[in-house]
Design a protein around this ligand. Structure first.
Ligand code: SAM
Length: 283
């Protein structure tokens, strides 16, 4: 449906908190329907190109998706010499799989998405994001990640590329789920999960970190600037049984990126003081 430029309906607004909205002027609604799991909306925004929202929350836009997808994948992948087997829980747009498969050592990249409608919408409206889902090394499982991970074994990296902790994603933020992931990882394996905004979701980030500490010896937070996510500053939690260090290959890689650089690999873990303080304070 093509929309008139000054029509008040020609805005998509994400209601981020009770007192904070982010509005995008849009010129077309490309898809709007209810899947069995959530409200699925694809619109064309004037500033960031096509945008996918689930239950009213921005998931990805053509304009800034590269930041999230590069940072949730390359930062942990460059902690390993030759990662072979990787899983993404959620992430139905396919952007994380696209980045993972840039690493030549990867033999299997499993996408475990609960909602097949997200995958089909991504294939139709975001071909540049979902393009690697047809790579022979990619396998798409339409399944609940909580169930799926219980039978998974020997993964070098498991990425939790989830929606916010509501609806089917709630269990993806629980200590039991982190324990299942610890059992699904190979020795030296790493868990990374998107962990929301350090401005708006401090209690959740701490709760996630504490949950991960029940199953892992080391938990670290890193950051990236993502303009279309609430507050614009986003965090990721990395958990492992050893303290991960970048493997030397990160300095000489020829992988094509737009946000990640070897300097960002290290700098992303340097935290502003207010983040360090809330991560270390009790309560
Ligand atoms: N980049 C995103 C963000 O932080 O906003 C996340 C993108 S991705 C589209 C999130 C996906 O997680 C959604 O497609 C949703 O259907 C999926 N999801 C939610 N709960 C799930 C579960 N229990 N198992 C597998 N996938 C799940």
């Amino acid at each position: 449906m093509v929309l008139a430029r000054h029509n008040p309906q020609s805005w998509f607004t994400e209601y981020q908190t009770d007192s904070l909205n982010l509005g995008f002027r849009i010129d077309e609604i490309l898809l709007h329907e209810k899947s069995p799991f959530q409200d699925v909306l694809v619109v064309r925004t004037e500033t960031y190109g096509r945008l996918l929202a689930l239950d009213g929350a921005v998931q990805t836009t053509q304009g800034d998706e590269f930041v999230y997808h590069e940072m949730i994948t390359h930062v942990p992948l460059f902690m390993m010499a030759a990662p072979k087997k990787v899983a993404v829980i959620g992430g139905g747009d396919g952007g994380s799989i696209r980045e993972i498969l840039k690493h030549a050592s990867v033999q299997e990249a499993h996408l475990v998405e609960i909602d097949g409608r997200v995958v089909s919408a991504a294939r139709q409206f975001f071909p540049e994001i979902s393009c690697a889902l047809d790579d022979p090394r990619a396998q798409v499982h339409l399944a609940d990640g909580i169930e799926w991970v219980r039978q998974a074994r020997d993964y070098d990296l498991i990425i939790v590329d989830s929606t916010d902790p509501v609806g089917p994603a709630t269990g993806l933020f629980s200590p039991d789920f982190y324990q299942s992931i610890a059992e699904a990882l190979a020795p030296g394996g790493i868990l990374v999960a998107q962990s929301e905004s350090p401005y708006l979701h401090q209690a959740l980030i701490k709760q996630m970190a504490n949950g991960m500490r029940t199953a892992f010896s080391h938990v670290r937070l890193y950051l990236a600037a993502i303009p279309t996510y609430p507050s614009g500053l986003w965090s990721f939690l990395m958990a492992s049984q050893h303290l991960p260090e970048p493997h030397a290959r990160y300095l000489t890689t020829k992988i094509a990126t737009r946000y990640w650089t070897p300097h960002i690999q290290s700098a992303a873990f340097v935290l502003p003081r207010f983040v360090e303080e809330f991560m270390t304070c009790d309560g």
